[in-house]
Design a protein around this ligand. Structure first.
Ligand code: 13P
Length: 256
C-alpha cells in the first residue's frame, strides 16, 4: 500500500515496573527538559500506576503526554488489583498501552481481552497503544504475517473506523524486547507496511494512512534514526532506554 505520510510521529517511553514515585518525578522532569522545543514529534511517558499523579503534575504545561501501561475493561467493580479507563483519565492520562507482549506472556492477556480493553479505552477518549508482534519461534517458522494479522484483527474487532484512527499500533517483535537484538530497518518496515495493509483491508486506505505505527524492541539512540526514517515507521515504543532522560531525549531527536 502506498503510504501517504501526514502522520505526526510518536515516541513513547514504557517504564514498565521501574521507578518509585520520587524517581519517576525526576525522570519525567528530565524528559520535559530534554525534549523542549521539539515540535514535530509527540512524546509520551508511561510510568507505573503509582507514579501517574505525580508525573502528571510534572508534565503540566509541557508538550509531553502521559500514558498508563494497562487497564481493565470494566468501569468499576469487584476486580481486585485492576484500574479502569475512567481512573486513568482522572490521572490525566491520554494514552494507555494495551496487549504488551509481557502482559500476554505473563498475565494471560489474549486478543479477545485486548479487544475488550481497546473498546473501553476509546469509549472514554483514551488513546490505546496496542502492541503486536511475533516470537522468535514464529518468525523462524515464517508465520509473522499470520500472527500479526490475527492480533490486529482481534484487537480492532467491532471498533469503528473513526475510533480506530485514534489508536496507535506498536509493532514489537518479542525476540527484540530487552534482548539488544533489534529488527533491521528493512525487517521492521516490512511488518509495518503489512500492518498498514491489514488495517486498510479492515477499514479503508484513509484509516490505514491515518494510524500511527510505532516500532519497539531494543531501540537505542544509535539505531533509532535508521528505524524512524522508514516510510511506515511513525516513531517508537521504548523500554530500557526510556529510563534515562538524556538517552530517551536522544531517541526522540532521531525522529526525522
Ligand atoms: P526495550 O526497549 O527494553 O527492548 O523494550 C521494548 C518494549 O517492550 C517497549 O514496550
Amino acid at each position: 500500500m502506498q503510504s501517504e505520510n501526514k502522520r505526526k510521529p510518536i515516541v513513547a517511553g514504557n517504564w514498565k515496573m521501574n521507578r518509585t514515585t520520587d524517581d519517576a518525578e525526576a525522570l519525567a522532569g528530565g524528559v520535559v527538559e530534554g525534549v523542549l522545543g521539539l515540535n514535530g514529534v509527540e512524546v509520551v511517558v508511561c510510568p507505573p500506576f503509582t507514579a501517574l499523579e505525580r508525573v502528571a503534575r510534572v508534565l503540566e504545561g509541557s508538550t509531553v503526554s502521559l500514558g498508563a501501561q494497562d487497564m481493565h475493561w470494566e468501569a468499576e467493580g469487584a476486580y481486585t488489583g485492576e484500574i479502569s479507563a475512567g481512573m486513568l483519565l482522572t490521572c490525566r492520562c491520554r494514552y494507555v498501552i494495551l496487549g504488551h507482549s509481557e502482559r500476554r506472556a505473563y498475565f494471560g492477556e489474549t486478543d479477545a481481552t485486548v479487544n475488550q480493553r481497546l473498546k473501553a479505552a476509546v469509549a472514554v477518549g483514551l488513546a490505546p497503544i496496542v502492541c503486536v508482534g511475533e516470537t522468535l519461534e514464529e518468525r523462524e517458522s515464517d508465520v509473522t504475517d499470520q500472527v500479526v494479522r490475527k492480533q490486529i484483527t482481534g484487537a480492532f474487532q467491532g471498533v469503528t473506523g473513526e475510533a480506530a484512527q485514534t489508536v496507535v499500533v506498536a509493532y514489537e517483535p518479542v525476540w527484540a524486547i530487552g534482548t539488544g537484538l533489534t529488527a533491521t530497518p528493512t525487517q521492521a518496515e516490512a511488518v509495518h507496511a503489512f500492518i498498514r495493509e491489514v488495517i486498510g483491508q479492515l477499514y479503508s486506505v484513509d484509516v490505514a494512512n491515518a494510524i500511527r505505527i510505532q516500532y519497539g524492541g531494543s531501540v537505542k539512540p544509535g539505531n533509532a534514526a535508521d528505524l524512524f526514517t522508514q516510510p511506515d515507521i511513525d516513531g517508537g515504543l521504548i523500554g530500557g532506554a526510556s529510563l534515562q532522560a538524556d538517552v530517551f531525549a536522544d531517541i526522540v531527536k532521531a525522529v526525522p
